[in-house]
Design a protein around this ligand. Structure first.
Ligand code: HEC
Ligand code: HEC
Length: 157
């Protein structure tokens, strides 16, 4: 007896639930399709223009900081203002090349830096290790921007 009255109500509930589910699905599809806004360091400056230089903080020279894991590119313990790395000249190699280190007291570039992409051992810095600041950055004792639980590798503690 109650079935005929219940059926339309059930149908309504089911319809409503389906509509809500469809709506939610649409919304998530829209969110995924929405263009991602990336805030680049250059801001909105077009590539053909330069940003005015910012007053960057440069640490003074001091003893190299300990590494956090053995494969870490060591941090640069000295200022690198004005050290150019161009197609024809690499200021870093002026001191860090093997034949220069005797006079400069700089650490020799790692032997791993002489291996080409194909694994061939070269007699000079490999193109894939040429742009030093791609991996090596000046050290700083700035506090972490985001709190985190990172810990030095156990083998180096
Ligand atoms: C005028 C010489 C000179 C130039 C140019 C120079 N360095 Fe150095 N660098 C040194 C010296 C000397 C040390 C050793 C400092 C020490 O051990 O206290 C050093 C140390 C380092 C270290 C630390 C190595 C370690 O064992 O922890 C890195 C990394 C480094 N330099 C990278 C660079 C990069 C990258 C450039 C170019 C942007 C560069 N250096 C340019 C002289 C130089
Ligand atoms: C693609 C990343 C990368 C680039 C580019 C790179 N390095 Fe390194 N560098 C490393 C890593 C990783 C290490 C530590 C592990 C190792 O020795 O390979 C290192 C180690 C070093 C060391 C320490 C060597 C030692 O015996 O402790 C020096 C000095 C150094 N690099 C200088 C340079 C210089 C100068 C350049 C540019 C000519 C350069 N690196 C380019 C990643 C890089």
């Amino acid at each position: 007896m109650r079935l005929p009255t219940l059926a339309p109500t059930l149908a309504k509930i089911l319809l409503a639930a389906t509509l809500v589910a469809l709506g939610a699905h649409n919304a998530s599809v829209q969110a995924a399709d929405a263009p991602v806004k990336i805030q680049a360091l250059r801001g909105g400056t077009p590539l053909t223009q330069d940003n005015p230089p910012q007053g960057g903080h440069q640490e003074r020279d001091r003893a190299p900081m300990d590494r956090d894991f053995v494969q870490q590119p060591p941090l640069i313990p000295h200022a690198i203002h004005g050290y150019q790395i161009t197609k024809n000249f690499n200021k870093c190699m002026d001191c860090h090349a093997w034949q220069k280190t005797k006079n400069t007291g700089a650490t020799k570039v790692s032997v791993t830096h002489f291996k080409s992409r194909e694994g061939t051992e070269l007699d000079n810095i490999s193109p894939r290790r040429y742009f030093c600041t791609q991996c090596h950055v000046p050290q700083t004792d700035a506090k972490p921007l985001v709190e985190n639980s990172f810990q030095r590798a156990r083998g180096l503690q």
